[in-house]
Design a protein around this ligand. Structure first.
Ligand SMILES: [Mg+2]
Length: 230
């Protein structure tokens, strides 16, 4: 891990418009349309984005590895590189394969992190998670479940208050009411993490979330189809 890290800062790590060395490094490889790309690594003078497979071909050319017969098809090249990674960094093709593996694996991990950051779900690190788990151990699960119920009702109240005062009105303390909603949502997130710890069902929650969103997608697709049909 680089000591230039952003640890502790309230900042997202993934971006499509990196503007300094650190964000450029963190977003160097990315996934687009199911393919891995390297940002600004294309040939001069444009230095544009380049597909990882083309980057490998370009690197082979730069290293004057003219004898290498790299597959022309991208999927074949991906498979070939996966086979070659065991050759290690002392073999030129092994070195290319290491760059290739680092590139697609980084793009894959970045895509996963980007989904998470795009969702707006608050990030907690392992120490913060340990603190929340300690709260359950110290105060007991029943007390924390009660607290979760309390926080959820506080969020309900904040939402109702906002609806009562702010519907169609711009002036009347809207900022203050929105701040209250943010605070109560934060409380509910903190309690949700503890409920996951208490009930130990993260995987089940994930499956249910996917299932429900899929149902919603299907509803929208059916609606769009109905509207298309004259
Ligand atoms: Mg609260």
């Amino acid at each position: 891990m680089s000591d230039m890290g952003y640890s502790g800062a309230i900042i997202r790590l993934t971006t499509d418009a990196p503007d300094d060395n650190m964000s450029m490094a963190l977003n160097l490889f990315f996934a687009k349309d199911g393919v891995s790309w390297a940002r600004n690594c294309g040939p001069e003078p444009e230095f544009g984005d380049i597909k990882l497979t083309d980057l490998i071909r370009l690197a082979a050319k730069t290293m004057k590895l003219d004898d290498l017969e790299l597959p022309e098809d991208d999927s074949d090249l991906d498979c070939h590189m996966a086979d070659m990674v065991g050759d290690g960094p002392e073999e030129p093709e092994g070195l290319l394969a290491i760059i290739h593996t680092a590139g697609w694996a980084f793009a894959e991990l970045r895509a996963r992190l980007k989904d998470y950051e795009d969702s707006g779900a608050p990030r907690i690190d392992d120490k913060e998670l340990a603190t929340l788990e300690k709260a359950v151990q110290e105060f007991g699960a029943p007390a924390q479940v009660d607290m979760a119920i309390e926080e959820m009702s506080e969020l309900t109240k904040a939402l109702l208050k906002h609806r009562r005062y702010c519907e169609g009105c711009q002036a009347k303390g809207e900022d203050r009411l929105e701040e209250a909603i943010a605070e109560e949502m934060a409380d509910v997130f903190i309690m949700l993490y503890q409920l996951i710890y208490i009930f130990g069902n993260a995987e089940q929650i994930q499956k249910v979330v996917w299932g429900k969103i899929e149902r919603l997608q299907k509803r929208f697709q059916a609606k769009d189809k109905r509207e298309e049909t004259p």
